[in-house]
Ligand binder design. Sequence first.
Ligand code: F6R
Length: 269
Amino acid sequence: MQIVICKDVAEVAKTAASMVAKLVRAKPNCVLGFATGSTPVETYKRLVGMHKEEGLSFAKVCSFNLDEYYPIEPNHEQSYRYFMNRYLFDHIDIEEDCTNVPNGRKQRDLEAIKRICVDYEYRIEKLGGIDLQILGIGSTGHIAFNELGSSFASRTRLVVLTERTIMDNSRFFDRMEDVPKYAISMGIGTILETRHAILLATGRYKAEAIARAIEGPITSSCPASALQLHKRATFIVDEAAAGALERKKYYQHTQKLLRDLEQGGKGAS
Ligand code: F6R
């Protein structure tokens, strides 16, 4: 696990975007995993900037989003499909057919929803798995829409959202009753299979969840703590979100020494 503490939101976005760009340049047909929510917006803006100004091309990239509300139409302004088009897909050269967001359209019954979920997993597998997955974290410690108590073996499925998540998300909807009560979400098991997971967090409101995810026990009461089991997880947080970390000084020291090593500097001796 790597912990990168940045001075502010802008530096978090810059660090995350350069990791994505580095992979896209090295492996143009890579499979990226995207998250929605307010946290990755700045990172997406940077990627759009890199596409426009530096010619970073996503023409061969495929993507999978973590989750989608259920039920919701893809053209609904609060759907995650709409969000991705608005902040990223509409501004880069990714092929629309290669962008996958779980289908949140109302289905006839639970069986039909299950088929959507199985198919999502199948499509990820068919493309060889996700190379780099961007994640956010909820104030409760959830990742994607894996609520507290989600199994670490869970796969893409329908989840029932908690009151707290509904409250957190209500700021994006006109009325409380408009906030969907379900979502289709990649499972923790699905996320643990990604080759590299990058979790972004900014602001004081995320400090407690970050401390529990990184330094707390591995428990389904904090789904993000499952990342302690990930073969390659990177937490990119700003000073405020790092505020409750007990070993903050050590992470900063590690960060500095690794940077020195990369640059062949004095830390290498
Ligand atoms: C969304 C997602 C969620 C968010 C989390 C944090 O795709 O996976 O887990 O990452 O709710 O949301 P923000 O960034 O709005 O605080």
